[in-house]
Ligand binder design. Structure first.
Ligand SMILES: *[C@@H]1O[C@H](CO)[C@@H](O)[C@H](O)[C@H]1NC(C)=O
Ligand SMILES: *[C@@H]1O[C@H](CO)[C@@H](O)[C@H](O)[C@H]1NC(C)=O
Ligand SMILES: *[C@@H]1O[C@H](CO)[C@@H](O)[C@H](O)[C@H]1NC(C)=O
Ligand SMILES: *[C@@H]1O[C@H](CO)[C@@H](O)[C@H](O)[C@H]1NC(C)=O
Length: 424
């Protein structure tokens, strides 16, 4: 099937290793105990549908920006940042299904679900609905949030964990022999490649022989612009990475009516580029030399303010065409954000197994392609009546921020900073 426009993909991985490979130590909690701890009194089986799924929206957005601040603090300004906050939140939520004690409360606090805001059961039900809602509109967009577990052949997780992951997170499971490292890596990479339409092929480089389980999350999105760019108007143009470095990009051009907002006080120009379906790309262009300032203040509140302030205007838009692929190792960042016990010998994953487990690795990869929109659109010419006002010029010829947001679930599917559109 020939699809148009732009697509985005992500896969994040959590590898769980045996904390103490040679002692079949018990944690002191039986699976039954664990079950009561998390799903006991407030177990609700009602299906509040969209409402419950929207409960994730605010905490997930907060988490997304906290992650951004950590990542940007660690990277040079010329490096691209790109990740799926929703993918990472859902992978960690899946992990928290099996966590107990401080391990669980640290995960919940960092995700923004803690302090009694949400129970694990509410989170699980919310993801169940969210996953269902995202995959709903297959006609106009391809959007898939999926999860899976690769299990060591001789590792038997608690039944309830396996069934919860399957039921709430749609997580299929398969067996892998981690003692044959190359084979295990190949099997997991094949699985991810299949789920991401070959966009992510080599996410895993190596796995330790004592790996018990790998949790896999992927988000696949492929969308077509509602209003495509005309390929004939795309030209070579300069993109200023920083004061001293300039690269050449294929700059797409489109003059049309867009939802925009110029936030002069806060030095930014904001535009919404809708995809067919329920997803849009929000682009935030800081004024020249103001990226650092914008990165310092940006938060989910600003995104909401901008979103609520948008107005229709004619715009001369210049947007570079690009493909970027960004790999992030999240271990240090997540620890910085307060998820500490999960990585150490005091980790409590008694809900997964009586064997001592800890998280050994969290890796994430996201790919973003932006182009005119391809074949389908070329045939359809869109003519727009322009009002007689001077168009706003928005020239994305210097670093900018992108957010790919889904409207029905109010989720940030992907976000990042495009500092250099030509970096691989
Ligand atoms: C601009 O970017 C280049 C390439 O990443 C880097 O070597 C250089 O130090 C940067 N210059 C400034 C002023 O930040
Ligand atoms: C700048 O941001 C603040 C905080 O969100 C907001 O109150 C203010 O209205 C913004 N300025 C403009 C012109 O939108
Ligand atoms: C992006 O990648 C696609 C194939 O995945 C390729 O057709 C396209 O030319 C690339 N675009 C740029 C700007 O490199
Ligand atoms: C987003 O959803 C709201 C209702 O939830 C609807 O009013 C609005 O038109 C939608 N916007 C887009 C861009 O689909």
């Amino acid at each position: 099937m020939e699809m148009t426009g732009r697509f985005v993909i992500l896969a994040s991985l959590l590898a769980l290793a045996l904390a103490a490979p040679h002692d079949g130590d018990h944690m002191g909690h039986t699976p039954e105990h664990f079950h009561h701890m998390h799903h006991g009194p407030e177990e609700i089986h009602s299906h509040q549908g969209e409402d419950i799924c929207l409960k994730l929206s605010a905490p997930n957005a907060k988490f997304a920006f906290a992650l951004y601040k950590s990542m940007s603090a660690k990277l040079a300004a010329t490096k691209n940042i790109f990740y799926s906050p929703l993918g990472i939140s859902s992978a960690l939520s899946m992990l928290s299904v099996g966590a107990g004690g401080d391990t669980h409360s640290q995960l919940f606090a960092s995700l923004g679900y803690g302090a009694g805001k949400l129970t694990q059961m509410q989170v699980d039900q919310a993801y169940e609905h969210l996953i269902h809602m995202l995959s709903h509109d297959k006609e106009t967009q391809q959007l898939e949030l999926g999860n899976a577990m690769a299990l060591a052949s001789d590792f038997k997780p608690v039944d309830k964990f396996v069934s919860d992951i399957k039921h709430y997170y749609g997580g299929e499971s398969f067996n892998v022999d981690f003692t044959k490292s190359a084979e295990a890596v190949a099997t997991i990479n094949e699985f991810i490649a299949k789920k991401t339409m070959d966009k992510i092929k080599d996410q895993v480089k190596e796995l330790d022989a004592d790996t018990a389980m790998v949790l896999i999350n992927y988000v696949f999105f492929r969308g077509a612009w509602v209003d495509p760019f005309e390929t004939t108007r795309t030209d070579k143009s300069d993109f200023q990475v920083n004061e001293t470095t300039k690269v050449t990009v294929d700059m797409m051009k489109r003059t049309g009516r867009f939802d925009v907002y110029q936030d002069q006080d806060n030095h930014t120009l904001v535009i919404m580029l809708p995809y067919k379906g329920s997803t849009s790309m929000m682009i935030v262009l800081p004024d020249e030399g103001k990226m650092k300032e914008v990165e310092a203040y940006i938060s989910s509140d600003y995104i909401r303010h901008w979103h609520d302030s948008l107005f229709r205007s004619s715009v001369d838009l210049f947007l570079p065409k690009f493909n970027i692929s960004v790999e992030s190792s999240l271990d240090a960042i997540l620890k910085e954000m307060g998820i500490i016990n999960a990585f150490g010998d005091t980790a409590d994953f008694s809900g997964i197994s009586e064997t001592k487990l800890k998280v050994s690795k969290v890796s994430h990869k996201a790919v973003l392609s932006v182009d005119e929109k391809g074949t389908e659109a070329a045939a359809a010419t869109t003519i727009q009546i322009m009002p007689m006002s001077l168009p706003i010029t928005m020239e994305l010829n210097r670093p900018f921020l992108v957010f790919i947001v889904e409207n029905t679930t109010k989720s940030i599917l992907f976000m990042g900073r495009i500092s250099d559109p030509t970096a691989a």
